[in-house]
Design a protein around this ligand. Structure first.
Ligand code: FES
Length: 110
């Protein structure tokens, strides 16, 4: 894994979802309260753009992102598909706020 700066923390306020291109990856970053989540910007159902989706609260109270194409949902903390039509998880990338920056770990070959 390689640590990369994704953006300024101020550019990803709570409740926001933004898309970033990092190497070969298109990433969707979301901030829920003080937690930053970064997932692949591609729904496991049919490649929908998750970064254009909305943040929702899941049945267990977990933060989820809803695909704008057919409404599948994914837990941001685990990548698990929580609502059909998706059944497979999405890729997650460890991320955090450090000082004024949002940092993400991505595979070294990216
Ligand atoms: S592409 Fe995301 S729910 Fe179908």
């Amino acid at each position: 894994m390689t640590e990369r700066r994704l953006c300024a923390a101020a550019d990803l306020p709570p409740g926001a979802v933004r898309v970033f291109e990092v190497g070969p990856w298109s990433l969707a970053a979301a901030r829920v309260a003080n937690a930053v989540h970064v997932v692949e910007n591609r729904c496991s159902h049919d490649d929908g753009p998750l970064g254009a989706g909305r943040l929702v609260e899941g049945a267990s109270g977990s933060a989820e992102i809803e695909c704008p194409r057919h409404g599948a949902r994914f837990e941001l903390a685990t990548g698990r598909a929580s609502r059909m039509p998706a059944v497979s998880p999405i890729e997650r990338f460890p991320a955090r706020v450090s000082g004024d920056d949002v940092l993400v770990d991505i595979p070294e070959d990216a």
